[in-house]
Write a protein that binds this ligand. Structure first.
Ligand SMILES: [Zn+2]
Length: 168
């Protein structure tokens, strides 16, 4: 809630920012509109192409999309993406559900049971405290990453991220 201060926690996305970026299809780094062309909206994902033949088609995704200028800086700075990433154009990405913690009621009150991803039409969604909005990725085209040229140097990268995040 204090944009521009602190350091990025790549594995812990702010729930309100995630929801806003995902619902409006804003860049998850800088909150500008995500890049879009005739092939669809741009996503930057960990590379799991080995998971199934047409990956990531049909995948539920909690990462919001990105704008093109934020691709190189994300590839350099995000530890998860450094382990292998792909850029993907997504033709259709309906909101599919939410990820969060499911609670149950017992004699002592509400108890957290498990982390889960649930579709909105699942009756248990009423018992879930959501931390992320999920979109399903459909009509995906994997792009070569070298289409997104490196820009800028190593100096001030974290400052760069903090400034970008100001738009949230
Ligand atoms: Zn951006």
């Amino acid at each position: 809630m204090r944009p521009g201060t602190g350091r990025p926690e790549f594995g812990r996305v702010h729930p309100l920012r995630q929801r806003r970026a995902m619902r409006r299809l804003l860049c998850q780094v800088c909150a500008a509109p995500a890049d879009r062309d005739d092939s669809g909206v741009l996503w930057l994902l960990r590379d799991f192409r080995g998971d199934w033949a047409r990956w990531p088609d049909g995948m539920g995704c909690v990462e919001p999309p990105v704008c093109a200028p934020c691709v190189p800086v994300s590839l350099r700075l995000c530890p998860a993406l450094r382990r292998g990433a792909v850029a993907v154009r997504v033709q259709d990405c309906p909101i599919a559900g939410v990820r969060g913690v499911v609670y149950r009621e017992d004699f002592s009150g509400l108890v957290a049971v498990e982390e889960a991803v649930l579709p909105y039409d699942d009756p248990d969604v009423r018992w879930l405290v959501a931390s992320a909005l999920v979109r399903e990725l459909r009509g995906c085209t994997v792009l070569p990453l070298d289409a997104f040229a490196e820009r800028g140097g190593a100096d001030g990268e974290e400052l760069d991220l903090a400034v970008r995040a100001d738009r949230f």
